[in-house]
Design a protein around this ligand. Sequence first.
Ligand SMILES: [Zn+2]
Ligand SMILES: [Zn+2]
Length: 468
Amino acid sequence: MHDLDPSFAVDEEEDENNSSSEADRVPTVAANAHYRRKKSKPAHDSLAMQLNGTIISPNCAFRSEVNVTAVRTDWEHTTGKAINYSFYMMLTCLTQIVVLLRQMLHTQSPSAAVRVSLLCVGWQTVLDAVLCVGHIFLCLVMQPLFTAFASVAFFKLLIFCVIEMKYMAIVVQARHNASNNAGNDTSAEELRRKVALLHLRFYAALMFATAGFWAFGQKHRILYVLFLYSFWVPQIVCNIITEAKKPLHHYFVYGMSVTRLVAPMYMFAVPNNFMKEVNPDFPTDLLMCELLVLWVGVQAAVLIAQGKYGARFMIPAIFLPPKYDYSRPIPPSMKPPPPPPSETPKPPRNISDDEADGAGAVVVKQRGPRIRKGSGKGKSSGGPRRKNAARVGSEESKGTTMTVSEGTRPPPDAPTLDCVICYNDIDISDRMGYMLAPCDHIFHRTCLEQWMDVKMECPICRKELPAL
Ligand SMILES: [Zn+2]
Ligand SMILES: [Zn+2]
């Protein structure tokens, strides 16, 4: 009663004194309804009817403001926009499937798969699941647009439930096998427990993300969306810790970064999108979109730079432990004896492996595995071969991906050792041309760098290689 407007209190007293009639007891409604249409919007835009009114009851000292907005949606027009949206979303989903499969191919060897951050893949899985749930929600609240949103939800379901879940299981299995190889004998039961735990964590994260949307989606929308789109951060941190150089294929980084921005860009940056048709108060947030593009762009740039300049390029060298020097001088015991001065270069001839291996005083006997694009391409690495530059062309014609540039061919009188990756001679007088592993196995720099993109172990003795 004390909160009431004084004028109402006076009315009430008067009513009591004069024993007011029945008509006075009926609440008075002062309503003012009108159609509102913004002039800037096109003629086919949705109509919004706004009802402003006041309900007054002097007897009860009751007063209530009424403010109602009713929207009449032009469903035919909105459906067209929604179908366009779902078409572009499906294109982005197809792109995501392609880059995901490319990434799985990139890390098909277990040693490459263990370097992928499980949290990074899991984060993107949760993001896809949130988008899937969001589109199912749109299906339910906008029945006329059911088909458009259901198809997007289906594609998102396919991505997170089939491909990304499978990829996470592959990474878990690769880590499990690596742990077994390292001497920690863990059972298959342990692996099943890890995969079950992974699913549990995923559903917990999905619940947190959905709850976070209701809690922070309105008030702290920018922070919430930026957090949801921080999915590359775990991989950047993982790279720094493990010194992995390029665990993610650059197609995957570029493809995912761009396609994941499509949905928020459409929702919050495109004027007159279908959400605005249905709900004229749906916000347009250009600042959030700019920050989002910047944030995802910075993360992708750091990942690509880690692949080019090393995983710890952003950390000053004084904070890092000393690095292994692959260009260290070759120990005298490894060096081949200098050729006799009177010897003249012989014309190229075909010789067998045994002849080749026995020809020098110090050559590598064991043949390591070769890097190939596909197992069906090319012949095996054995068999007779030519031991000079003419061999380079024949290696390329067999379909190997290892190509040796002309610059790696040593001068005829330079002391040489064999590179087991490409079977060519190494010019040991050029310290930037070779890489000497801690196990004293020597390779061409280009050959071993390509090898290290796939495996961080010596091609000959399989000892672990320190990061570049
Ligand atoms: Zn080589
Ligand atoms: Zn070795």
